[in-house]
Design a protein around this ligand. Sequence first.
Ligand SMILES: C[S@@+](CC[C@H](N)C(=O)[O-])C[C@H]1O[C@@H](n2cnc3c(N)ncnc32)[C@H](O)[C@@H]1O
Length: 267
Amino acid sequence: MRIGERCVAVGSRGTGVSVQVVHTPRVEEWRRLYEVAASAASWVAAHRWSYDETIARLTVADIRRKLDLSLRDRLLEIGCGTGASLSLVLHEDQLGYGFDLCEAQIRRAGDFAVDRARLRLGVAEAGALPVASGRFDKVLCYSVFQCLPDDDYARRVVAELIRACRPGGLILIGDVFGVMERQRQRLIGHGHNERVVDAFLSPLLPMWHARHRLQASNNRVKPRHYRRGFFRGALHEIACDVSFLPQRIPGRSASRCRYDVLIRRHG
Ligand SMILES: C[S@@+](CC[C@H](N)C(=O)[O-])C[C@H]1O[C@@H](n2cnc3c(N)ncnc32)[C@H](O)[C@@H]1O
């Protein structure tokens, strides 16, 4: 199965890449949400509501810098939505590859991407990517983890992102909703040591989780938070280096609650 082909498919076909179903009802809820968002998107764009060009430009610059993106890099984005951000992250004349769970988002790509001709997009789920192993120099998954329903699913996504990346390549899991991230960053901003802050906050985590579970028990789709410890665990047996980077995008208030995870696959 090649990039750009529609992939709802499951099982093992084409180039021998094995793709399995992992779609759960929670994943389906998010897909439906983004389907609705895709139809509302033109209205939102026309009214310039919730879109700030300066913040978008700063976010893109932050992604490029963290990924150390060069013109020669083959870049894959998972959860690319309409491809609007991907088209901005790319250098001029560079091709970009993207997959998203929601077909309606991909169909709107022509309306929002700066240069649709440079994008090769397809429909696929983050936990089952229809790409051959090691095909990409850089892999981006930005603002998607909050949609992943549980740790097992998210672990599978981490493994897929790493599989798609070549040895020595970089993976950026960006805009992760952190647990008590706001409090954490405030304390660190006041000059407290990171380890001390984590030790101080960790006894409060069960309380935070209990509140979160209670909220998640009603039917509405709720964004999920992932701790740094989740990524350390998921990467435990994978040969890679991982660093956690604060997201300091000036003017973006959400930055205080988010962080980025940068992974380098060992060569
Ligand atoms: C907040 S948008 C981010 C879009 C883009 N990455 C950006 O930064 O502009 C989240 C996207 O993730 C996609 N998504 C959610 N769950 C997914 C999954 N399990 N597999 C693939 N894509 C998913 C949604 O359809 C949506 O387009």
